[in-house]
Design a protein around this ligand. Structure first.
Ligand code: HPA
Ligand code: ZN
Length: 326
């Protein structure tokens, strides 16, 4: 449609994207073959059938086991480069990419294998496609704070390749405060800070409060439940804290896209952005997410362009590089 072409043509930044969430069934199948790994599924179609979820937990139960096909640096390279090629085709000019090192080091893949593969894909995409990308290291919140701290220390020799740190995985019972010391050390090391405050979690609003007030994050991932607390909406607006919303992901992990909440926060002056989260699993890359929100939230081209501008304002590009896109 005309709107689809318009959205694809808008220069966009993607700020909430898990590299491990870009593992398309075709690539999973190809990497399994290349690495001599036997999958329970015999065809790409059978792999596709396993990409079905009704909440965060059922998603994570498919997401982590799938990663065992990622073994060598070239596997991580292919995963990231395939994503960057797709994102580029959807109008993404800059991407800030989450990765989950513990999902790999925890199964015996060395940290340097993971980050060197991702890094070479980013360098190649810059050369061949002209897209820029940065890495954000996420800690798994359903593991201990000590394990997160050890992961941070392991990453320090690669500091120049990592822009910031984040927090993901199962949020229930794993509040931001659990990782206060890890995030404090990360900030002292020069990293920017963000974290997931997922949709409709127990204590969502308290987790958002901790992220904003106690941890003092630079950005919030999802964070959509902030709509339930006027004081926190005003605080985020005053501090200029942006939200990285993911409408199609919301529709998988809850019963709905939360379009009214997302558009409401945009109307109230928050720097709301639209992103794809785990596009291979949720079947929608970033332009698809803009279109889904447009359809469900009644947005026209002006609001869509505003969201695209927000994506650069919310990015961690320098002001001069942001301005080049605005
Ligand atoms: N939430 C929490 N953990 C995740 C997500 C998410 O949306 N995607 C990948 N890991
Ligand atoms: Zn996410």
């Amino acid at each position: 449609s005309d709107l689809a072409a318009f959205v694809r043509g808008l220069p966009k930044a993607e700020l909430h994207l898990h590299l491990e969430g870009t593992l398309e069934p075709e690539l999973k199948f190809r990497l399994a073959r290349r690495n001599g790994i036997e999958l329970p599924e015999k065809t790409v179609d059978e792999v596709k059938q396993t990409y079905r979820f009704h909440d965060l937990t059922s998603f994570l139960r498919v997401y982590y086991p799938a990663m065992r096909v990622l073994q060598r640096p070239e596997d991580f390279h292919d995963l990231a480069f395939d994503y960057l090629r797709r994102a580029h085709a959807q109008g993404v000019r800059h991407a800030e990419l989450f990765f989950d090192p513990q999902a790999h080091t925890g199964r015996g893949i060395p940290f340097p294998t993971v980050i060197s593969g991702y890094r070479s894909a980013i360098a190649r995409a810059r050369r061949e496609l002209g897209i820029s990308a940065e890495l954000i290291l996420c800690f798994l919140r359903d593991h201990s704070a000590e394990y997160a701290m050890a992961t941070l220390l392991e990453a320090l020799p690669y500091k120049s390749w990592i822009l910031g740190v984040g927090l993901d995985s199962d949020e229930r019972g794993n509040p931001p405060s659990k990782f206060a010391a890890v995030f404090e050390r990360a900030r002292a090391e020069g990293f920017l800070l963000t974290m997931h405050c997922d949709i409709d979690q127990p204590d969502s609003v308290e987790h958002i409060r901790q992220a904003l007030e106690d941890i003092a994050v630079d950005r919030l991932d999802h964070g959509t439940n902030i709509v339930e607390d006027d004081r926190l909406v005003e605080l985020a607006a005053a501090k200029g804290i942006a939200l990285t919303c993911c409408p199609v992901s919301n529709s998988f992990v809850t019963a709905e896209m939360k379009s009214a909440q997302i558009v409401g926060l945009l109307d109230r002056g928050l720097t709301v952005t639209v992103n794809s989260d785990d596009p291979a699993y949720f079947g929608a890359y970033v332009a698809d997410n803009y279109l889904a929100l447009a359809e469900h939230g009644g947005l026209g081209i002006d609001r869509l362009a505003e969201l695209a501008r927000n994506s650069f304002r919310a990015s961690w590009l320098t002001p001069a590089r942001q301005d080049a896109f605005l």
